[in-house]
Design a protein around this ligand. Sequence first.
Ligand SMILES: [Fe+2]
Length: 353
Amino acid sequence: MTEIPADIRERPIILVEDDRSSAAVLRKVLERSGFERIEVTGTAAEAMKHLVGTGRTGESRAALVILDISLPDRDGLEVLRDIVRLNVPVIVYTDREDKQVVRECFESGAEEVFVKPGDLEVLIIKVKQVLVKDNMQRTLLRTTRRNQKLFLNILQVMAKTLEAKDSYTRFHSENVAKYSRQIARRMGFSENEIELIQIAGILHDFGKIGVAERILNKPGRLSEEELQAVQKHPAIAGAILDPIEELGDVINWIKYHHENFDGSGYPDGLKGDEIPLGARILQVADAYDAITSRRPYSTARSQDEAISEMIKCCDTQFDRNVVSVFVEILEEEQRKRAERKEALARSKGQRPQ
Ligand SMILES: [Fe+2]
């Protein structure tokens, strides 16, 4: 006999059945099997009300829905799909035996289809199995999310470690991550790739951990030898991060974020499409933040100046496509800022004295 953990029992089972006698029989069988929290409703509208009201974790309050798809107020399959979208498992309880309906129920996300009248003891076994499986999936999802958060936190700690050593990179990695994410989203990267480029942005200069502090914090120009030491940072990052398999493409994006489009960059002198797209994005984001921030060797320049500089260096340093996407984003933001300012000024002027 499958044991149901107490925390699942605390959440109600919603029984959506407009036939009162059938609902009463099923309720009794469920109660006899140890399920105390059963809520019965006869319509789709009411059923949806029973499902909302989320807890701390954002989950529906219901543990399971047993759904008769012949409902008086809405198409049962549509209701089934709405419930599945709320991440609540559904067992369809129906007297429509034809294969087409059963197939559609499964296609719409039902965990099980139980044809009436059937053996209700079998239905109870299915209820327990579905609840246990759903609980396992939720536990697994929570653990995965916790691990992902832990992984990201460790990466943040790594980036902060570098900031402690190189005071000028403070906020720089966050800015590069933000701009890279915006460009990647506009260029049609998937959500997963956008998350990866965010990580790459945060860690892009991590290799500076292997460069002497004296050089990193030196005010004024660097000697040729010092410059060579700084230019080792992408390759150092590549070597340090290489064993972290989970980083995948991120490692090469970081390793090649100082390659130039015409092949004049470092560490490997890659050219054009040989440079991974993620690296070309990081490079543009990195350059923009460097131009618009105050550095030991330069003052901060305006957005317009940074845009002109980036356009000037298209095809030599930067990928023209990446620059044009980023300029589009920056100009859109500029337009929105101006509109907000104008609206604010207008509302002030209109305010009654
Ligand atoms: Fe860098």
